[in-house]
Write a protein that binds this ligand. Structure first.
Ligand SMILES: CC(C)(COP(=O)(O)OP(=O)(O)OC[C@H]1O[C@@H](n2cnc3c(N)ncnc32)[C@H](O)[C@@H]1OP(=O)(O)O)[C@@H](O)C(=O)NCCC(=O)NCCS
Length: 222
């Protein structure tokens, strides 16, 4: 990441809302991921919907939306050297995660149901990491699909193993009634796991990749 290019992108290529959020991030790589996430979303909206001037908004809980594309649902995620977005005609959530998570023993109690934790404990480390990443990205994508952000208790959700359904159960104040979301696990590239959650069964999303440099507005390129 060229820090001066990142600063140019933040100051002149993203929306004022994104700029003020991004300026609060300290690390250059976080700032870059945030700026490129919006550039990628703009690119996708231009290509898929021919929308040149998207009116991007954000709910109080942080979920992105496009005010001038009624019926189009979007979701964003960034991890490591990847940013990702999804467009759908259904409510949608996307999560991408680099396969370098800190200590799983610390994450499992907050992220898994007792049955999931027991299943993970029975696996060898590589399979354990693989399944944990599916549980994690599955639940993060579900949280985004529901738009609830931090309001969701991950230990009250369970992946239905062997199916593509995820059942989310309400507890205490969680903003959920029991419901099933439909998950598609994608292979976005070596070392990454990604999941798309939708409220209804649908065809798996089509995966397209775009090089970082192709998102840079021509006036800021070299
Ligand atoms: C908000 C949350 C979904 C963000 O996920 P993350 O893995 O930290 O980061 P990601 O890069 O994958 O996603 C960030 C994007 O999510 C989107 N997002 C934020 N809040 C959102 C919400 N309420 N609904 C939908 N999308 C949301 C934003 O577009 C954001 O990107 P942007 O700020 O660049 O626009 C997540 O932190 C969260 O709240 N998870 C649910 C509960 C939880 O974490 N429980 C604890 C388990 S130990």
């Amino acid at each position: 990441m060229d820090p001066s290019l990142v600063e140019h992108l933040v100051s002149s290529a993203v929306s004022p809302e994104r700029r003020s959020r991004t300026e609060r991030l300290r690390r250059t790589d976080d700032r870059a991921r945030s700026a490129y996430a919006e550039l990628l979303l703009n690119h996708a909206l231009r290509r898929a919907l021919r929308l040149d001037k998207p009116a991007l908004g954000r709910t109080e809980l942080g979920a992105p939306f496009v005010a001038n594309a009624p019926g189009a649902h979007v979701s964003l995620s960034h991890s490591g050297s990847m940013v990702a977005c999804v467009l759908s005609s259904l409510p949608v959530g996307l999560d991408v995660q680099e396969d370098t998570l800190p200590d799983l023993a610390e994450l499992i109690p907050g992220a898994c149901s007792p049955a999931e934790a027991a299943r993970l404990a029975s696996l060898d480390p590589p399979e354990r990491l693989d399944l944990f990443l599916k549980i994690w990205t599955g639940k993060e994508s579900a949280a985004k699909c529901l738009g609830v952000g931090l309001g969701l208790d991950f230990t009250a959700m369970e992946l239905e193993f062997g199916h593509t359904g995820l059942t989310a159960t309400a507890r205490e104040n969680a903003a959920l009634t029991p419901r099933t979301l439909y998950l598609d696990f994608l292979e976005p590239g070596s070392g990454y796991t990604a999941c798309v959650a939708r409220a209804e069964p649908a065809r798996p999303p089509e995966l397209r990749s775009v090089a970082w440099r192709d998102l840079i507005p021509p006036e800021l390129g070299d």
